[in-house]
Write a protein that binds this ligand. Structure first.
Ligand SMILES: [Zn+2]
Length: 151
């Protein structure tokens, strides 16, 4: 489960909408708590969102900023320091799918890793329409959808 305030959700959507028609991205920082005995997955609480540039370098005509995103290791390190300074952790990453559903692509699976949340927002005609969160299985075989609680 991923908890996020309406305010932070709105900030995330504005950032992703402003990146349209390109994919935009960012990092979610906050608390990871034990989800309790009834669940095997941890509960995450988003405390802040860190907007980062999409640094995907266009490597071929097929893959462009329209359908690829890449967060630089420097930006991840910066977000990690920012989280640590405030007693938090990186709990997830988010990016937009311009004019595509908020479901993970094969490329998303290749570049993701388990435990953290991968939030995908479908941005159609410049407007965020659906938001879903995904967690990669430990064996990296597929993503499972994770509930988002906006409060
Ligand atoms: Zn994607």
């Amino acid at each position: 489960m991923l908890s996020i305030s309406h305010t932070l959700m709105a900030q995330m959507h504005v950032h992703l909408e402003s990146g349209y028609p390109h994919e935009a991205c960012g990092i979610l920082i906050g608390d990871v708590t034990d989800g309790g005995a009834s669940t095997h997955s941890p509960a995450k609480v988003v405390r802040d969102v860190v907007m980062v540039p999409n640094v995907w370098d266009v490597k071929s005509e097929r893959e462009s900023l329209h359908n690829r995103y890449l967060i630089s290791p420097e930006d991840v390190a910066r977000a990690d320091r920012e989280a640590g300074r405030r007693g938090w952790d990186i709990v997830g990453f988010f990016h937009s799918h311009p004019d595509h559903p908020s479901q993970p692509s094969e490329t998303d699976r290749e570049f993701a890793w388990p435990v953290v949340s991968f939030v995908i927002v479908s941005v159609r005609q410049g407007l965020a329409v659906t938001t879903q969160s995904w967690v990669l299985r430990d064996d990296r075989s597929k993503f499972d959808e994770e509930a988002i609680v906006a409060e």
